[in-house]
Design a protein around this ligand. Sequence first.
Ligand SMILES: [Zn+2]
Length: 178
Amino acid sequence: MYPKKCAECGGEVRVSVEPVVVDVRGEQVSVPGIEHGRCSACGEEYLSLDAAEALQREAVRRSKAARGLMSPEEIRTLRHSLSLSQAAFEKLLGVGPKTVVRWEKGTVFQSATADRLMRLIAVEPGLVDLLQGDALYAVAGTCGVSRVAEHLSGEWHSRPIKRGHLRLVKRDDNAAAA
Ligand SMILES: [Zn+2]
């Protein structure tokens, strides 16, 4: 499983479950309990591919837990419990494409805000319907609507600007229209 002799120094390689230190986003994370080969002379570590993946997974989990963030596995479990695709979950949370993919891989950490939103949804799954529906957004849509002023048959009228109908008018066009 491991080389008997260290490739670095020729020393004897022994099986070890001592902590292995990994770099996670510039932070040194110590992970115990991952079986690996360790050179008794220079300390060089030899990991199987499976062990390396387990090490990475556990290092990310520990690093996120220290920040109070849900682990990639917890995020995936939550998403599955809601029967949402990664894309649908991204839309629900208002984050960009591939964001949830990266959270679940552990390559990107979610913000504290996204983490709290996910925890709220975990506690109260009914929030999914609320977030997907129009109720939250209808309120925002009806207040603060800009109006366009028109001079019609000697009187000024104003009406709401329809969504998608707003366009910039060049100064010259305005002058020509006046
Ligand atoms: Zn060695």
